[in-house]
Write a protein that binds this ligand. Structure first.
Ligand code: FES
Ligand SMILES: [Fe+2]
Length: 422
């Protein structure tokens, strides 16, 4: 369990809070690149870390991310005209460029220099790895973008999706690193379906079914945590599922080497909502049509969503849970791994009351993740800058699922599998 004080620290991300300031040392995914597909396309609303912003692609193709509220009389810049390298507020025509300068103020006399005195808040934003990223921290500390493998592979080796989740980011991250729930929440009762999925390299293996109480080993690493769940694999071997938790909220799901790897970003919208960006990537080759179809079928981590990225199976319809299917076919009765995760994580309440939990030994990774984030935020309060944001190459890692002889430590036996492409 966590004290109320620590739970508040972990979950509150507004500017001025310890975690809010810590998170603002990192680059954050704020949109799919396809949301602003071409120069001068319609602006999009962006809400991140409790801040309301508007994102757009300007005439040159550069990304702008500015305050939602026009500094004149606070009309929303969402309604603005996207024209000639800037957004023009539709109320009185004030126009701002991507750096926040007011470049035209047609409602004031031509001789006025008022426009040189007015600015709109603007944040650096970039397109990278199929996403639009933004940096909301002190400019003099702006780091490079993290060198996550899925962001660096060619676009045809990556599947990206986005969905809204009605919960704090932290309980979502916890699901992403909690290897123990896979034997339950995502399990399938019929063996032949399980074999199908295992053949696709995405999910259950026989060992996960046979050994439902893995032992957890957590190692602190530069970019976050290396989380190993150990299950028995016959008399002489262990089956290791090694998850990467990468600060501040990236996770990588263990995958069989040679198969695609899955991962998530859990980006706080505010304290009670987050966006999940799910990614499946193949480190060495493009996806085939059949693979694309399989991964986007709504059965895996990529949820079925509407055009606003709201999941079709959601809280308001109990995730279209089917009690017959729960009796006969799957453990949860909910279609889709993403939706299954979302159902349990949202069911805890928007911000889980951690002082009321009862944690066991299989929660070791969750405990370590909370401690790490809290420690990092407290350190920053003391003036100690975090290591990870300024070491973007520390993110060149992968998750892995491997069978090793019992006497080999996981971080040695899986050393090569845990490295990403150079
Ligand atoms: S409120 Fe935007 S120009 Fe007046
Ligand atoms: Fe899950």
């Amino acid at each position: 369990m966590l004290s109320k004080v620590d739970n508040d620290l972990l979950t509150q991300t507004d500017r001025g809070t310890p975690m809010g300031e810590y998170l603002r040392r990192y680059w954050h995914p704020v949109m799919l690149a396809e949301e602003v597909p071409e120069p001068d396309c319609p602006p999009k609303r962006v809400r991140i870390l409790g801040e309301d912003l508007v994102g757009y692609r300007d005439t040159n193709g550069d990304i702008g991310l500015i305050d939602n509220y026009c500094p004149h009389r606070r009309a929303s810049m969402f309604f603005a005209r996207n024209e000639e390298c800037g957004l023009r507020c539709v109320y009185h025509g004030w126009k701002f460029d991507k750096d926040g300068n007011c470049v035209d103020m047609p409602s004031e006399p031509a001789e006025s220099n008022f426009k040189d005195k007015v600015r709109i808040t603007a944040y650096p934003a970039r397109e990278y790895g199929g996403l639009i990223w933004a940096y909301l921290g002190p400019l003099e500390l702006m780091p490079n973008l993290p060198e996550l493998e899925w962001a660096r592979v060619p676009a045809d080796q990556r599947i990206l999706s986005k969905r809204l989740q009605l919960s704090n980011y932290s309980q979502a991250v916890e699901g992403g690193i909690d290897s123990s729930h896979v034997s339950f929440l995502h399990s399938i009762l019929e063996q032949d379906k399980q074999d199908d999925l295992a053949a696709s390299g995405v999910t259950l293996q026989e060992f996960m079914t046979a050994d439902k109480s893995p032992r957890f080993f957590v190692k602190d690493a530069d970019p976050g945590l290396l989380i190993a769940a150990r299950r028995n694999a016959g008399e002489e071997n262990y089956y290791w599922r090694i998850t990467q938790f990468l600060l501040p909220y990236f996770t990588m799901i263990p995958g069989t080497p040679g198969y695609p790897i899955g991962g998530h970003c859990w980006v706080p919208i505010d304290d009670e909502n987050c966006y999940n960006y799910s990614v499946t990537w193949h480190p060495s080759r493009a996806f085939t049509e059949d693979e694309l179809k399989f991964h986007l079928s709504g059965l895996g981590i990529h949820a079925d969503v509407d055009d606003k990225y709201v999941p079709l199976r959601n809280k308001s319809n109990d995730y279209v849970m089917d009690r017959d299917i729960q009796r006969t076919t799957t453990f949860s009765g909910i279609r889709g791994i993403g939706e299954q995760d979302m159902a349990v994580q949202e069911s805890m309440g928007a911000i889980v009351e951690r002082p009321r939990e009862h944690l066991g030994s299989s929660d070791a990774a969750v405990i370590a993740m909370r401690r790490r984030l809290i420690r990092e935020a407290r350190n920053l309060e003391e003036g100690i800058e975090p290591f990870a944001p300024s070491h973007s190459d520390a993110y060149k890692v992968r998750s892995a699922a491997v069978v090793l002889a019992r006497d080999i430590p996981f971080h040695e036996g899986a050393q090569e599998e845990l490295k990403s492409m150079p």
